[in-house]
Design a protein around this ligand. Structure first.
Ligand code: ADP
Ligand code: MG
Length: 687
């Protein structure tokens, strides 16, 4: 594999030093197949042991380096087996180093020996301890500990071994990295060279170098994303769209027949969409609105108007549950006005075939379903309007696959209940116009949120019992399906525990992603019709489920989730007329204060801003652009400053290319990014 042509980053990782077939398989679980993937597997944080701290000033939970002399050494018994405990002192305090089940370690210590040790400090056995520290005998000068990157790992492959594999790979492959962005541009934005950045993110000499390296790579990734998105937008504008819609009679009649009045936000969104549909250009619009803001009705209005103007429509949802729910709502609200069809992985072959036939003959007006709508077998007669719900679950690529199915580019409406902070929306959805639904239907009672500790759990469960006694229903959400290595609470365990304990006698269901489609459907149906009173679930309930009778939710170990996810989850209650409550159970006292932010607001955009302040913008890229080619931003601790700079730079670069005044370097960057986005840019006029 090392031809005379030198090496390539496309080589598979399994031939790397220290990898082999077993580790290669584990790496694959992390999405790493080639050397390029490996080098792009960025650490999400560092443990900074470079600060030497006086022992009198250490705090539990913080990684530090201490330096002192050995004052004691002894074996002790512990719940984890025999331990060896070494006391060291530096004149400001004493700290203990502990090794479990490593009896030979005692030979290496002698009284008075100078030692420097790096690790996380814990409070144990009445003193500060460091378990299994990084340590060495230190001559006073060089006490500074290392800066160690921490990677997403997997069972059988630790962050440490990933780190050493990457360091070895860098040595060999660093010369073959092909920088994307011209150095003059990187300089302008205070970045390192890309090669330095790879070195500095994986093998940092200091905390500062690591930060600067991340910033550089974040800039490169964001710039590339921006060039891609803006190019897509330009491309879409050039493609022929459905001819302008002329009538909205049926669609408006549908609105007039609804049992409620539209909110002002819904009316505004419908106006935005109507304008697009009359324009003759393909609509590419994001409908962003908090859970419960009533996006579905807006989508239906669009679909009905497409049908009355002679087009077929598609409505795609990320899960079977949601798709089925949409189908039912559609039939209930629209009746026979529109002929619907349904496709999902669970549809029987014969039904599927008849649906496909009716689609191509035009006997079905609107097709509702899951990813199955993306199947290449589908022949539309005249697809003109596509809605994707909770689009962040799909990603741009799939969004566009659907649109490739006809000679004209159909109108696209993507709906998302993940509010994106305004400062980011443009960047994340560079190719879309955005309608924001920022008001809620009248008479909606806000969900009360209450944060409790694990010890106060029973208060939460008492409320669940009370609600069920009143004929209401409840959700219990857990971070895991089955017990893992952590003490995080698992749905299956919690269900058993509740059945025997706090919720004895109630009808409790279990819902999670590893159940079969049939089991999921059955459980959801039972919950929807009230047969199941309490549903214990993982975050599969996060998306769109609508059971207005559910009024209580308990989220176990709520601190395992980001604020935006918690906000989504609590949107599953408070969907009816009854006051609702959501309990956030914190696994530790220290995480309570973070969660408290959710007690104060129910506005998704405010929550998003809090999340942005807390965790930076990277995570929004994670959810919003999941599915983009090779874009790795979640780990890069991106700042708003970088986002703004990259967007501006991308715009200038594309304008220069368009005018023909771009330097050859800039021209090359744009070409390379467009190549990477590949078929996403070639809107399918071929079929
Ligand atoms: P989401 O935006 O989360 O998808 P839905 O479209 O599912 O919200 O709407 C939530 C509920 O609110 C549905 O039961 C829907 O029928 C109802 N609804 C929608 N618009 C209004 C309105 N203007 N007034 C009252 N209820 C509404
Ligand atoms: Mg919805």
């Amino acid at each position: 594999m090392t031809g005379s042509m030198g090496r390539s980053l496309d080589e598979p990782v399994r031939y790397l030093k220290g990898v082999g077939p077993k580790k290669a398989l584990l790496l694959r679980e992390l999405g790493v197949e080639t050397v390029r993937d490996l080098l792009d597997h960025f650490p999400f944080r560092i443990d900074d042991f470079s600060r030497v701290v006086p022992m009198g000033a250490v705090t539990a939970g913080v990684p530090v380096t201490v330096q002192g002399k050995v004052i004691s050494a002894q074996f002790i018994g512990s719940s984890r087996g025999r331990a060896f405990r070494v006391g060291i002192a530096d004149g400001t305090g004493i700290l203990y180093l502990v090794w479990y089940n490593m009896p030979y370690i005692h030979k290496r210590f002698a009284p008075g020996m100078p030692v420097s040790a790096s690790g996380k400090v814990e409070w144990r056995r009445g003193a500060f301890e460091m378990a299994h520290p990084l340590w060495r005998q230190s001559s006073s000068g060089d006490a500074k500990g290392p800066v160690i990157p921490v990677y997403h790992a997997t069972q059988g492959l630790t962050s440490q071994s990933i780190h050493s594999i990457i360091k070895d790979a860098l040595k060999v492959y660093s010369p073959y990295l092909e920088p994307l962005v011209p150095q003059t541009i990187l300089d302008k934005h205070g970045c390192l060279s890309e090669r330095e950045a790879y070195q500095g993110i994986h093998d940092p000499k200091s905390c500062e170098v690591w930060e600067k390296s991340r910033r550089t790579l974040a800039f490169r990734e964001t710039l590339s994303l921006q060039i891609g998105l803006l190019s897509m937008k330009a491309e879409a504008l050039k493609s022929p769209g459905p001819r302008p819609f002329e009538t909205f009679r049926e669609a408006d009649a549908f609105l007039a027949g609804l049992p409620f009045r539209l909110t002002s936000a819904q009316r505004r969104a419908i106006e935005d969409i109507g304008r697009d549909l009359r324009s003759g250009h393909t609509m590419n619009r994001l409908l962003q609105g908090d859970v419960g803001s009533g996006k579905t009705v807006v989508a239906m209005w669009g679909l009905i108007s497409a049908v009355e103007n002679g087009w077929q429509g598609a409505l795609m949802a990320p899960t079977e549950i949601l798709a089925t729910q949409h189908l039912n709502t559609f039939r209930q609200l629209v009746g026979d006005r529109v002929r619907t069809g349904f496709l999902s992985g669970a549809v029987r072959k014969s039904d599927r075939e008849s649906t496909l036939t009716k689609l191509s003959s035009g006997e079905i007006d609107v097709l509702i379903g899951t990813h199955a709508l993306l199947s290449p077998e589908i022949r539309w007669r005249k697809l003109g309007f596509v809605v994707t719900d909770e689009q962040h679950r799909f990603g741009v690529k799939q969004r566009l696959t659907l649109s490739h199915s006809d000679e004209v580019l159909p109108h696209m409406l993507v709906m998302s209940a993940t509010p994106i902070p305004r400062s980011l929306a443009l960047t994340l959805y560079g190719d879309l116009d955005v309608s924001v639904m920022d008001s809620m239907p009248e008479g909606r009672v806000a969900v009360t949120t209450r944060c409790v500790t694990r010890r106060q759990r029973q208060n939460a469960y008492r409320v669940v019992r009370d609600e069920v006694a009143r004929g209401r229903q409840a959700f219990i959400v857990c971070p895991l399906i089955t017990e893992g290595k952590t003490d995080r609470r698992a749905a299956s365990m919690v269900k058993e525990e509740l059945e025997k304990g706090y919720l004895k006698g109630l009808s409790i269901g279990l819902l999670h992603g590893s159940l079969s489609k049939n089991e999921i459907n059955e459980t959801m149906t039972k919950f929807a019709n009230g047969e199941i009173q309490v549903l214990v679930a993982t975050t599969v309930v996060e998306v769109g489920i609508d059971v207005p009778n559910a009024t209580a939710m308990v989220i176990e170990d709520a601190d395992s989730f980001g604020l935006a996810t918690l906000h989504q989850l609590r949107g599953r209650v408070g969907r009816g007329r009854h006051p609702s409550v959501c309990f956030l159970v914190a696994s530790s006292e220290s995480s309570l204060s973070r969660l408290r932010g959710l007690e104060k607001t129910t506005d998704g955009f405010e929550v998003a801003e809090m999340d942005l302040r807390e965790r930076g913008p990277g995570q929004f890229f994670g959810t919003a652009q999941h599915g983009m080619p090779d874009i790795k931003l979640a780990e890069l601790g991106l700042s708003l400053d970088v986002v703004a700079r990259a967007r501006q730079e991308a715009k200038e670069m594309l304008e220069a290319v368009e005018r023909g005044s771009a330097s050859p370097e800039v021209f090359t960057v744009v070409e390379r990014v467009r190549e990477k986005f590949g078929d996403l840019l070639k809107h399918g006029r071929s079929r």
